[in-house]
Design a protein around this ligand. Sequence first.
Ligand SMILES: [Zn+2]
Length: 261
Amino acid sequence: MFHFLAFVFGTVVGSFLNVCILRIPNGDSIVSPSSRCPNCKAAISFYDNIPLLSYLLLRARCRTCAVRISPRYFVVELLTALLALALFDRFGFGLSFFVSFVFVGALIVISFIDLDIRIVPDVISLPGIVLGLAFSLVGYFIVTSESSVIPSPLSSLLGMLAGGGFLLATAWVYEKITGVEGMGGGDIKLLAMIGAFLGWQSVPVTLFFASLVGSIVGIGCMLATGAGRRLALPFAPFLCAGALLFIFFGQDLIQFYMSPS
Ligand SMILES: [Zn+2]
């Protein structure tokens, strides 16, 4: 029953994240005005704004002008709901669930904005860094359960420095050698945010996973499209996927590598 509630809660939050993905790149307010059809500007009534269901019932079309609605709305709502369910299953209802869900919500918004316009918005990553550091202090003073996702304040601070510093150094060396700007500044701030939320151990895991999967997908895309030159693939979604991997399997990975036998 509580799993079902976590899923429904996830769809509602996912619906809000869709608004963020749409409006943050334009600098619009995320609270007003209420949702409108991007084509005919007709206000969307509450019964056509039910997460997941309305998209299916309206067969992916606006009720007023019948323009096709992007499947992204459905994908984001479903993804957020499944992650809410998985986080609840993993951590139960408490501080770890709350902190990790806020973090995951930010990752979803960042990923889809990066896919859209190839920008990691500072308005999310910079407050995200501060929030990650702040949550580590909250976690430090409130006794949390064993399977906590919240790092110690020191680990959080080191994570932020490692995440920001490592990519900054790589980008600098890359630019010195090739003369072109490689890694975007947005990716650097994103990895600093991931380090602040998940602790320093998450930085190498996230970076390794993102580089590996990013390279495989990049080569796959080049072969599929026949594009010989280096494709400008958005990197943030891979970093976010790496961070998700760490949330669910990070403790196991650390124990596996740290255990003497
Ligand atoms: Zn319309």
